[in-house]
Each structure stands twice: as structure tokens, then as C-alpha cells.
Design a protein around this ligand. Structure first.
Ligand SMILES: [Zn+2]
Length: 54
């Protein structure tokens, strides 16, 4: 499962949340600090996608 990092736009708290792709697109996690849904995804893991043997 992908591990997403989120940042809360309300309080600035950064947190990780592991969700399925479906869950990621259908519902947003809540900030563990202020319980706000105003969170933004910080995409992670692109380095792993582009890493390849040459
Ligand atoms: Zn928050």
C-alpha cells in the first residue's frame, strides 16, 4: 500500500497515512492534531519509481 504524507492546511501538521489508492481518492484523512479535513497530499516515492538499473 502506498504511504502518503499529508500536511494540514489549518495547523501545518505533517503526518503520514497509509491508504489504498481507492481510499486516497474517495476520502481524505483527518489531521491527528486538529481533526481538520483541510489536508493536502505531499506526494512521496517518485524517487523509487524513477530508480532503475542501467
Ligand atoms: Zn491540523
Amino acid at each position: 500500500m502506498p504511504n502518503y504524507q499529508y500536511i494540514c492546511k489549518k495547523c501545518g501538521k505533517k503526518f503520514f497515512c497509509t491508504t489504498t489508492i481507492h481510499e486516497h481518492e474517495t476520502r481524505k484523512p483527518r489531521c491527528p492534531k486538529c481533526s481538520s479535513h483541510a489536508v493536502e497530499t505531499i506526494l512521496q516515492g517518485f524517487f523509487a519509481v524513477t530508480a532503475r538499473k542501467t
